[in-house]
Write a protein that binds this ligand. Structure first.
Ligand code: UT7
Length: 332
Protein backbone atom coordinates (compact mmCIF):
# COMPACT_ATOMS: atom_id res chain seq x y z
CA UNK A 1 0.00 0.00 0.00
CA UNK A 2 1.45 3.32 -1.07
CA UNK A 3 1.86 6.05 1.58
CA UNK A 4 0.96 8.82 -0.84
CA UNK A 5 -2.46 8.52 -2.42
CA UNK A 6 -2.77 9.77 -6.00
CA UNK A 7 -5.91 11.50 -7.18
CA UNK A 8 -7.33 13.10 -10.27
CA UNK A 9 -7.41 16.77 -9.29
CA UNK A 10 -8.80 18.12 -12.57
CA UNK A 11 -10.06 17.10 -15.97
CA UNK A 12 -10.59 18.78 -19.30
CA UNK A 13 -11.33 17.76 -22.85
CA UNK A 14 -11.22 18.95 -26.42
CA UNK A 15 -13.07 17.87 -29.52
CA UNK A 16 -12.75 19.44 -32.97
CA UNK A 17 -15.61 21.57 -34.28
CA UNK A 18 -16.44 19.53 -37.37
CA UNK A 19 -19.44 17.25 -36.81
CA UNK A 20 -19.57 14.19 -39.06
CA UNK A 21 -23.18 13.01 -38.97
CA UNK A 22 -24.63 9.64 -39.91
CA UNK A 23 -26.43 11.45 -42.72
CA UNK A 24 -23.12 12.60 -44.20
CA UNK A 25 -21.75 9.05 -43.89
CA UNK A 26 -24.79 7.81 -45.83
CA UNK A 27 -23.45 9.85 -48.76
CA UNK A 28 -19.97 8.33 -48.43
CA UNK A 29 -20.57 4.57 -47.95
CA UNK A 30 -23.46 2.13 -48.20
CA UNK A 31 -24.91 2.56 -44.73
CA UNK A 32 -27.87 4.13 -42.97
CA UNK A 33 -28.49 6.27 -39.93
CA UNK A 34 -30.80 3.51 -38.73
CA UNK A 35 -28.08 0.78 -38.99
CA UNK A 36 -25.48 2.92 -37.27
CA UNK A 37 -27.77 3.96 -34.43
CA UNK A 38 -29.19 0.49 -33.78
CA UNK A 39 -25.86 -1.35 -34.02
CA UNK A 40 -23.61 1.21 -32.29
CA UNK A 41 -25.66 3.99 -30.66
CA UNK A 42 -23.68 6.65 -32.55
CA UNK A 43 -25.39 9.68 -34.13
CA UNK A 44 -22.37 11.85 -34.86
CA UNK A 45 -18.66 12.16 -34.19
CA UNK A 46 -16.08 14.98 -34.35
CA UNK A 47 -13.36 15.13 -37.00
CA UNK A 48 -10.19 17.23 -37.02
CA UNK A 49 -10.19 18.76 -40.49
CA UNK A 50 -7.67 21.57 -40.13
CA UNK A 51 -4.66 21.18 -42.39
CA UNK A 52 -1.43 20.57 -40.47
CA UNK A 53 -3.15 19.73 -37.18
CA UNK A 54 -2.64 16.44 -35.39
CA UNK A 55 -3.22 14.54 -32.15
CA UNK A 56 -0.84 16.79 -30.18
CA UNK A 57 -2.89 19.87 -31.11
CA UNK A 58 -6.09 18.40 -29.66
CA UNK A 59 -4.20 17.22 -26.58
CA UNK A 60 -2.56 20.64 -26.12
CA UNK A 61 -6.00 22.30 -26.20
CA UNK A 62 -7.31 19.88 -23.56
CA UNK A 63 -4.26 20.49 -21.36
CA UNK A 64 -4.44 24.29 -21.71
CA UNK A 65 -8.02 24.20 -20.41
CA UNK A 66 -6.99 21.83 -17.64
CA UNK A 67 -4.12 24.03 -16.48
CA UNK A 68 -6.34 27.09 -16.50
CA UNK A 69 -9.14 25.54 -14.48
CA UNK A 70 -6.80 23.98 -11.91
CA UNK A 71 -4.68 27.13 -11.58
CA UNK A 72 -1.56 25.22 -12.58
CA UNK A 73 1.29 26.74 -14.56
CA UNK A 74 2.80 24.69 -17.37
CA UNK A 75 6.24 24.92 -15.71
CA UNK A 76 4.92 23.00 -12.69
CA UNK A 77 4.18 19.89 -14.75
CA UNK A 78 6.82 17.21 -14.13
CA UNK A 79 5.68 14.37 -16.37
CA UNK A 80 3.27 13.93 -19.29
CA UNK A 81 1.97 10.54 -20.36
CA UNK A 82 0.11 10.51 -23.65
CA UNK A 83 -1.95 7.42 -24.45
CA UNK A 84 -2.52 7.28 -28.18
CA UNK A 85 -2.45 4.99 -31.21
CA UNK A 86 -2.33 7.96 -33.55
CA UNK A 87 0.88 9.75 -32.53
CA UNK A 88 1.80 12.78 -34.66
CA UNK A 89 4.73 10.70 -35.93
CA UNK A 90 6.00 7.20 -35.02
CA UNK A 91 8.85 9.10 -33.40
CA UNK A 92 9.54 11.47 -31.82
CA UNK A 93 6.78 10.84 -29.32
CA UNK A 94 3.67 12.97 -28.99
CA UNK A 95 3.91 13.59 -25.21
CA UNK A 96 7.04 15.71 -25.55
CA UNK A 97 5.53 17.54 -28.52
CA UNK A 98 2.57 18.41 -26.28
CA UNK A 99 4.97 19.57 -23.56
CA UNK A 100 6.61 21.86 -26.09
CA UNK A 101 3.28 23.22 -27.33
CA UNK A 102 1.98 24.00 -23.82
CA UNK A 103 5.29 25.34 -22.50
CA UNK A 104 5.89 22.55 -19.96
CA UNK A 105 9.60 23.31 -19.93
CA UNK A 106 10.38 21.25 -16.82
CA UNK A 107 8.54 18.09 -17.80
CA UNK A 108 9.57 14.88 -19.48
CA UNK A 109 7.11 12.61 -21.19
CA UNK A 110 6.40 9.48 -23.10
CA UNK A 111 3.67 7.87 -25.16
CA UNK A 112 1.75 4.81 -24.13
CA UNK A 113 0.23 2.51 -26.72
CA UNK A 114 -2.68 0.46 -25.41
CA UNK A 115 -5.40 1.38 -27.93
CA UNK A 116 -8.79 1.86 -26.25
CA UNK A 117 -7.37 0.89 -22.84
CA UNK A 118 -4.76 3.65 -23.15
CA UNK A 119 -6.35 5.99 -20.64
CA UNK A 120 -6.72 3.43 -17.83
CA UNK A 121 -3.21 2.09 -18.49
CA UNK A 122 -2.02 5.72 -18.36
CA UNK A 123 -3.91 6.43 -15.17
CA UNK A 124 -2.31 3.37 -13.58
CA UNK A 125 1.15 4.52 -14.69
CA UNK A 126 0.67 8.17 -13.70
CA UNK A 127 -0.74 7.22 -10.30
CA UNK A 128 2.34 5.08 -9.53
CA UNK A 129 4.65 8.05 -10.21
CA UNK A 130 2.68 10.20 -7.75
CA UNK A 131 2.38 7.41 -5.17
CA UNK A 132 6.16 7.04 -5.25
CA UNK A 133 6.33 10.42 -3.54
CA UNK A 134 8.74 11.80 -6.13
CA UNK A 135 6.19 13.36 -8.51
CA UNK A 136 3.56 15.93 -7.56
CA UNK A 137 2.05 16.97 -10.91
CA UNK A 138 1.58 14.41 -13.65
CA UNK A 139 -0.54 14.80 -16.78
CA UNK A 140 -2.29 11.76 -18.21
CA UNK A 141 -3.77 12.34 -21.64
CA UNK A 142 -5.89 10.10 -23.83
CA UNK A 143 -5.89 11.51 -27.36
CA UNK A 144 -6.59 10.06 -30.76
CA UNK A 145 -7.12 11.40 -34.23
CA UNK A 146 -8.77 8.26 -35.53
CA UNK A 147 -9.72 10.01 -38.78
CA UNK A 148 -6.03 9.83 -39.74
CA UNK A 149 -6.15 6.01 -39.86
CA UNK A 150 -9.76 5.37 -40.86
CA UNK A 151 -10.67 4.35 -44.40
CA UNK A 152 -13.74 6.38 -45.34
CA UNK A 153 -14.60 3.75 -47.94
CA UNK A 154 -14.87 0.98 -45.32
CA UNK A 155 -18.32 1.10 -43.76
CA UNK A 156 -17.41 -1.41 -41.06
CA UNK A 157 -15.01 1.04 -39.39
CA UNK A 158 -15.66 4.57 -40.65
CA UNK A 159 -19.01 4.87 -38.89
CA UNK A 160 -17.52 4.07 -35.49
CA UNK A 161 -14.55 6.30 -34.86
CA UNK A 162 -14.10 9.99 -34.03
CA UNK A 163 -11.36 12.41 -32.92
CA UNK A 164 -10.82 13.93 -29.49
CA UNK A 165 -8.59 14.37 -26.46
CA UNK A 166 -9.07 14.30 -22.71
CA UNK A 167 -6.52 15.15 -20.02
CA UNK A 168 -6.31 14.74 -16.26
CA UNK A 169 -3.95 16.16 -13.68
CA UNK A 170 -2.77 13.63 -11.11
CA UNK A 171 -1.53 14.96 -7.79
CA UNK A 172 -1.02 13.68 -4.23
CA UNK A 173 -4.41 13.55 -2.55
CA UNK A 174 -5.06 16.05 0.25
CA UNK A 175 -8.26 14.35 1.49
CA UNK A 176 -7.44 10.64 1.25
CA UNK A 177 -9.66 10.32 -1.82
CA UNK A 178 -8.17 9.10 -5.07
CA UNK A 179 -7.02 6.02 -6.94
CA UNK A 180 -7.83 2.94 -4.85
CA UNK A 181 -7.32 -0.21 -6.90
CA UNK A 182 -7.15 -1.65 -10.39
CA UNK A 183 -7.02 -4.88 -12.35
CA UNK A 184 -5.21 -4.62 -15.69
CA UNK A 185 -4.83 -7.19 -18.43
CA UNK A 186 -3.09 -7.55 -21.76
CA UNK A 187 -3.10 -10.49 -24.10
CA UNK A 188 -1.49 -10.50 -27.54
CA UNK A 189 -3.67 -13.40 -28.64
CA UNK A 190 -6.42 -11.15 -30.00
CA UNK A 191 -4.12 -8.81 -31.88
CA UNK A 192 -5.24 -9.87 -35.37
CA UNK A 193 -8.86 -8.78 -34.79
CA UNK A 194 -8.16 -5.08 -34.30
CA UNK A 195 -5.01 -3.73 -35.82
CA UNK A 196 -3.15 -1.42 -38.16
CA UNK A 197 -1.43 -4.07 -40.23
CA UNK A 198 1.37 -2.05 -41.81
CA UNK A 199 3.65 0.87 -41.06
CA UNK A 200 5.58 -0.83 -38.27
CA UNK A 201 8.68 -3.02 -38.36
CA UNK A 202 6.68 -6.12 -39.29
CA UNK A 203 5.34 -4.60 -42.50
CA UNK A 204 7.13 -1.38 -43.36
CA UNK A 205 5.31 0.93 -45.75
CA UNK A 206 5.49 -0.11 -49.40
CA UNK A 207 3.43 0.28 -52.56
CA UNK A 208 1.85 -3.06 -51.72
CA UNK A 209 0.81 -2.08 -48.16
CA UNK A 210 -0.70 1.15 -49.46
CA UNK A 211 -2.56 -0.61 -52.27
CA UNK A 212 -3.90 -3.20 -49.79
CA UNK A 213 -5.21 -0.46 -47.47
CA UNK A 214 -3.01 -1.83 -44.69
CA UNK A 215 -2.42 1.62 -43.20
CA UNK A 216 -6.05 1.84 -42.13
CA UNK A 217 -7.71 0.39 -39.02
CA UNK A 218 -8.77 -3.18 -39.57
CA UNK A 219 -11.38 -4.67 -37.27
CA UNK A 220 -13.21 -7.96 -37.19
CA UNK A 221 -16.09 -6.66 -35.11
CA UNK A 222 -17.81 -9.74 -33.72
CA UNK A 223 -14.89 -11.40 -31.88
CA UNK A 224 -13.88 -8.01 -30.50
CA UNK A 225 -17.43 -7.38 -29.34
CA UNK A 226 -17.61 -10.71 -27.50
CA UNK A 227 -14.18 -10.35 -25.91
CA UNK A 228 -14.95 -6.74 -24.88
CA UNK A 229 -18.14 -7.67 -23.03
CA UNK A 230 -16.49 -10.61 -21.27
CA UNK A 231 -13.25 -8.78 -20.48
CA UNK A 232 -14.86 -5.69 -18.98
CA UNK A 233 -17.57 -7.61 -17.11
CA UNK A 234 -15.17 -10.12 -15.51
CA UNK A 235 -12.66 -7.47 -14.53
CA UNK A 236 -15.17 -5.06 -13.01
CA UNK A 237 -16.81 -7.93 -11.10
CA UNK A 238 -13.49 -9.07 -9.62
CA UNK A 239 -12.47 -5.51 -8.77
CA UNK A 240 -15.78 -4.90 -6.97
CA UNK A 241 -15.55 -8.20 -5.09
CA UNK A 242 -12.08 -7.58 -3.79
CA UNK A 243 -13.04 -4.07 -2.65
CA UNK A 244 -16.31 -5.27 -1.08
CA UNK A 245 -18.35 -3.03 -3.36
CA UNK A 246 -21.96 -3.64 -4.36
CA UNK A 247 -23.71 -1.92 -7.27
CA UNK A 248 -25.32 0.39 -4.69
CA UNK A 249 -21.90 1.52 -3.44
CA UNK A 250 -20.65 2.48 -6.90
CA UNK A 251 -21.78 5.95 -7.98
CA UNK A 252 -20.67 5.70 -11.61
CA UNK A 253 -19.55 3.02 -14.01
CA UNK A 254 -17.45 4.73 -16.70
CA UNK A 255 -16.94 2.36 -19.62
CA UNK A 256 -14.92 2.87 -22.78
CA UNK A 257 -17.32 4.06 -25.47
CA UNK A 258 -16.96 1.56 -28.34
CA UNK A 259 -20.53 0.53 -28.89
CA UNK A 260 -23.69 1.31 -26.91
CA UNK A 261 -24.67 -2.36 -27.12
CA UNK A 262 -21.38 -3.38 -25.50
CA UNK A 263 -21.93 -0.81 -22.73
CA UNK A 264 -25.50 -2.06 -22.23
CA UNK A 265 -24.42 -5.71 -22.10
CA UNK A 266 -21.71 -4.98 -19.52
CA UNK A 267 -24.11 -2.93 -17.39
CA UNK A 268 -26.74 -5.67 -17.64
CA UNK A 269 -24.34 -8.45 -16.71
CA UNK A 270 -23.21 -6.45 -13.68
CA UNK A 271 -26.74 -5.33 -12.70
CA UNK A 272 -25.92 -1.65 -13.07
CA UNK A 273 -28.92 0.55 -13.93
CA UNK A 274 -28.10 2.69 -16.98
CA UNK A 275 -28.61 5.88 -14.87
CA UNK A 276 -25.31 5.02 -13.18
CA UNK A 277 -23.43 4.42 -16.43
CA UNK A 278 -21.69 7.29 -18.21
CA UNK A 279 -22.53 7.30 -21.92
CA UNK A 280 -21.65 9.91 -24.54
CA UNK A 281 -20.98 7.68 -27.55
CA UNK A 282 -24.01 9.14 -29.35
CA UNK A 283 -22.24 12.45 -30.03
CA UNK A 284 -18.51 11.60 -29.94
CA UNK A 285 -18.35 8.03 -31.27
CA UNK A 286 -15.33 5.91 -30.37
CA UNK A 287 -12.36 8.22 -29.79
CA UNK A 288 -10.13 5.30 -28.65
CA UNK A 289 -7.91 6.54 -25.76
CA UNK A 290 -10.02 9.67 -25.28
CA UNK A 291 -13.44 8.17 -24.54
CA UNK A 292 -13.16 7.83 -20.76
CA UNK A 293 -11.66 11.27 -20.02
CA UNK A 294 -14.17 12.86 -22.44
CA UNK A 295 -17.01 11.20 -20.51
CA UNK A 296 -15.63 12.37 -17.16
CA UNK A 297 -15.12 15.86 -18.55
CA UNK A 298 -18.67 16.15 -19.86
CA UNK A 299 -20.17 14.83 -16.62
CA UNK A 300 -17.68 16.49 -14.27
CA UNK A 301 -20.36 18.78 -12.83
CA UNK A 302 -22.29 15.72 -11.62
CA UNK A 303 -19.31 14.37 -9.68
CA UNK A 304 -18.97 14.85 -5.93
CA UNK A 305 -16.03 14.26 -3.60
CA UNK A 306 -16.21 10.70 -2.37
CA UNK A 307 -18.16 9.36 -5.34
CA UNK A 308 -17.00 5.85 -6.12
CA UNK A 309 -16.12 5.38 -9.79
CA UNK A 310 -15.21 2.27 -11.73
CA UNK A 311 -13.55 2.96 -15.07
CA UNK A 312 -13.30 0.08 -17.50
CA UNK A 313 -11.95 -0.35 -21.01
CA UNK A 314 -11.21 -2.93 -23.67
CA UNK A 315 -9.21 -2.48 -26.83
CA UNK A 316 -6.81 -3.69 -29.47
CA UNK A 317 -4.00 -5.90 -28.21
CA UNK A 318 -6.14 -7.18 -26.62
CA UNK A 319 -5.79 -4.82 -23.70
CA UNK A 320 -8.35 -4.40 -20.94
CA UNK A 321 -8.89 -3.59 -17.31
CA UNK A 322 -10.73 -1.61 -14.67
CA UNK A 323 -9.76 1.08 -12.18
CA UNK A 324 -11.52 1.93 -8.94
CA UNK A 325 -11.24 5.48 -7.68
CA UNK A 326 -12.88 7.74 -5.16
CA UNK A 327 -13.46 11.07 -6.87
CA UNK A 328 -11.50 13.73 -5.02
CA UNK A 329 -13.43 16.98 -5.52
CA UNK A 330 -16.85 18.46 -6.21
CA UNK A 331 -17.42 19.15 -9.91
CA UNK A 332 -18.09 22.82 -10.56
O1 UT7 B 1 -12.93 0.20 -29.22
C1 UT7 B 1 -12.12 -0.92 -29.23
C2 UT7 B 1 -12.84 -2.19 -29.24
N1 UT7 B 1 -13.79 -2.24 -30.31
C3 UT7 B 1 -15.01 -2.68 -30.09
O2 UT7 B 1 -15.32 -2.98 -28.96
C4 UT7 B 1 -15.95 -2.87 -31.25
C5 UT7 B 1 -16.60 -4.22 -31.20
N2 UT7 B 1 -17.46 -4.51 -32.29
C6 UT7 B 1 -18.59 -3.83 -32.59
O3 UT7 B 1 -18.91 -2.85 -31.97
C7 UT7 B 1 -19.48 -4.36 -33.66
O4 UT7 B 1 -19.05 -5.64 -34.01
C8 UT7 B 1 -19.55 -3.47 -34.95
C9 UT7 B 1 -20.27 -2.18 -34.64
C10 UT7 B 1 -18.14 -3.19 -35.43
C11 UT7 B 1 -20.32 -4.20 -36.03
O5 UT7 B 1 -21.63 -4.53 -35.56
P1 UT7 B 1 -22.17 -6.02 -35.68
O6 UT7 B 1 -23.54 -6.00 -35.16
O7 UT7 B 1 -21.19 -6.93 -35.02
O8 UT7 B 1 -22.24 -6.23 -37.24
P2 UT7 B 1 -21.48 -7.33 -38.10
O9 UT7 B 1 -20.04 -7.01 -38.25
O10 UT7 B 1 -21.84 -8.68 -37.60
O11 UT7 B 1 -22.20 -7.10 -39.50
C12 UT7 B 1 -23.58 -7.35 -39.69
C13 UT7 B 1 -23.96 -6.95 -41.09
C14 UT7 B 1 -23.00 -7.43 -42.15
O12 UT7 B 1 -23.75 -7.76 -43.28
P3 UT7 B 1 -24.09 -9.30 -43.60
O13 UT7 B 1 -22.77 -9.98 -43.75
O14 UT7 B 1 -24.88 -9.79 -42.43
O15 UT7 B 1 -24.88 -9.19 -44.88
C15 UT7 B 1 -22.15 -6.25 -42.44
O16 UT7 B 1 -21.61 -6.27 -43.75
O17 UT7 B 1 -23.94 -5.51 -41.18
C16 UT7 B 1 -23.13 -5.13 -42.29
N3 UT7 B 1 -22.51 -3.84 -41.98
C17 UT7 B 1 -23.11 -2.67 -42.23
N4 UT7 B 1 -24.29 -2.35 -42.79
C18 UT7 B 1 -24.60 -1.05 -42.89
C19 UT7 B 1 -21.32 -3.61 -41.39
N5 UT7 B 1 -21.12 -2.30 -41.25
C20 UT7 B 1 -22.21 -1.69 -41.76
C21 UT7 B 1 -22.60 -0.34 -41.90
N6 UT7 B 1 -23.80 -0.06 -42.46
N7 UT7 B 1 -21.83 0.67 -41.47
Amino acid sequence: MANTKACISGIHGYVPDYVLTNQELEQMVETSDEWIQTRTGIKERRILKEEGKATSDMAAEAVKGLLEKTGTSAEEIELTICATVTPDTPFPDTANTINHKIGAANAWGFDLSAACSGFIYGLSTGARFVESGRYKKVLVIGADMMSSIVNYEDRTTCVIFGDGAGAVLIEPSTNQLGVVDEIMHGDGQGRQYLTLKAGGSLRPPSMETVQNNEHYVFQEGRPVFRAAVKGMTDTVRRLMERNNLTQDDVTWLVPHQANKRIIGSVADALNFPMEKVMVNIDHFGNTTAATIPLCLWELEKELRAGDKLILTAFGGGFTWGASYLEWAYDGA
